[in-house]
Design a protein around this ligand. Structure first.
Ligand code: 13P
Length: 262
């Protein structure tokens, strides 16, 4: 039974995390300008962890803007090798030095357009941890998979494969993002119930694999999160935050998400 153990969010166990995935948007100048405005808008927030994930090119400049603030920095991907002849790739140490503490891994767009698999996701996750970065590992079913009623099976395969072989500490500090592919950029959000159902399933599965880490791992929802739907989503016991695309691009709307995400 999905609801057979207590999962109610407690702030000492799991701090909410509101993360903006800027995807392939914003030049260096645009990124720095946005984060400057965001910094002012969220200056008094202390009960929600805030994360922005700009394009690689803007990481360094954004980091300079947010130093000493309550905003954290993440990259949108990394390559697992430390260095060498891998034209076009970015290493964990490179993003770490640019100021990142987080990195998004296995976003559905990378799976769809750039042939990411659970196996490559797992290599990236391990490389992230090995370099002191916290991975935000994305999972989620397509519309076709949901209609075929294989959502849980798809999610289970992605979690077992992508998050295999972690230490107990890594399993606790990892962040999972449930992003139903049909809800990304479509304006079609999963209902709070639909999302909670999958989040509870993920936490139950995580308990099977990683025991007590299941109470600590943060599971974010992603897919058309906006200032109107955020608080109903965040009321769900197993939703610990959001991974937001479109609504994270403007300082105003992202600041609203941060403030309504307790
Ligand atoms: P949207 O919020 O634009 O639907 O994107 C969600 C997403 O993919 C975040 O990683």
């Amino acid at each position: 039974d999905l609801h057979s153990f207590p999962t109610r969010r407690s702030s000492d166990l799991r701090t909410s995390l509101m993360a903006g995935n800027w995807k392939m948007n914003k030049t260096v100048e645009e990124a720095a300008g946005m984060v400057k405005a965001l910094k002012a808008a969220v200056a008094n927030v202390s009960d929600v962890e805030i994360l922005v994930c700009p394009a690689f090119t803007a990481l360094y400049a954004v980091n300079n803007e947010i130093k000493g603030s309550n905003i954290n920095l993440g990259a949108q991907n990394l390559f697992w090798e430390a260095k060498g002849a891998f034209t076009g790739e970015i290493s964990p140490a490179m993003i770490k030095e640019a100021g990142c503490s987080y990195v998004i891994i296995g976003h559905s767009e990378r799976r769809q357009y750039f042939s990411e698999t659970d196996e490559t996701v797992n290599k990236r996750v391990k490389a992230a941890f090995a370099n002191g970065l916290i991975p935000v590992v994305c999972v989620g079913e397509t519309l076709e998979e949901r209609e075929k009623d294989i959502t849980f099976k798809v999610i289970e395969t992605q979690i077992r494969g992508g998050l295999a072989g972690l230490s107990p500490e890594e399993a606790s500090s990892a962040v999972i993002a449930y992003e139903p592919v049909w809800a990304i950029g479509t304006g079609k959000t999963a209902t709070p119930d639909q999302a909670q159902q999958v989040h509870a399933f993920i936490r139950k599965l995580y308990r099977e694999i990683y025991a007590d880490a299941a109470g600590k791992v943060r599971i974010l929802y992603g897919g058309s999160v906006n200032p109107k739907n955020v608080s109903d989503l965040m009321k769900q016991p197993d939703i610990d935050g959001g991974l937001v695309g479109g609504a994270s691009l403007e300082a105003d709307s992202f600041a609203q998400l941060v403030k309504y995400s307790k």
